[in-house]
Design a protein around this ligand. Sequence first.
Ligand code: ADP
Length: 283
Amino acid sequence: IIDMTSGTTYLKGKLLGKGGFAKCYEMTDIKSNVSYAGKIISKNRLNKPHQKEKILREIELHRSLRNAHVVAFHSYFEDDDNVYIILEVCRKKSLVHVLKNRKTLTEPEVRFHMKHLIEGTRYIHRERVIHRDLKLGNMLLNDVMQVKIADFGLATRVEYDGELKMTVCGTPNYIAPEVLQKKGHSYEADVWAMGCVMYAMLVGRPPFETATLKETYLRITSNKYHIPPHLSPTASALIRRFLHPDPHKRPKLDKVLQDDFFVTGFMPKKLASSCTDTAPTFS
Ligand code: ADP
């Protein structure tokens, strides 16, 4: 695959994953021998104007971000058939895959992943971007098990202080009550999603999951969820803070790493990549 704008030639390698729009392949720059994840979006699938808009917004927002916990944006180009987005490769897939294998994670692992998620999201918010679709499938893992936030397809930039966004073009997975109710939402919607992510990692399913979307939405707006008693008191308390119905009462990302969950519990310095399949033992 040739990027005519820069004259770079990539060798297309193995399929890394498929999404709603894109197929993601390992792509190696043959000159430097550096591998990337190439998100390939067929132009045939971009026939509705809002789909093209979604991709352009994703590129415009993502290319401006650079942080250890955000998938690095390398470049993008197109040919007659496809749009190509060249990204940092995350070979250990996503936390969805880990949860599938493991069912639930240990509290030290959750502390480790949540710290990365918080650091990445805090950076994104400082850049005035709301991600709006934080979920396990958008938390990719590199070879050393560092979380990298992916997929800016539903993200938006805050244009002025205090701006409230009224609608999302798409359906966020862990949608916050203020987004559902179209009351106006901002950064706090991402903090809500963090609570859902943390709950899902510890419990093995999302907090508001039911058989129907309608019932799920009812539970979200009435803040009805159950935390199993086997979770530690500090983990339960932090989940409750994240899932506060009032967006302004949710934790501030600048301070949340001072919460008891992080301060009083064991924080691993690193995680072995075997954690994708088997629970670690810390000694
Ligand atoms: P879509 O926007 O179409 O949903 P995604 O961004 O979710 O596409 O990408 C589709 C899949 O490709 C993801 O679920 C993931 O498995 C894989 N993927 C995406 N980005 C990367 C990456 N940087 N490194 C490795 N795999 C990736």
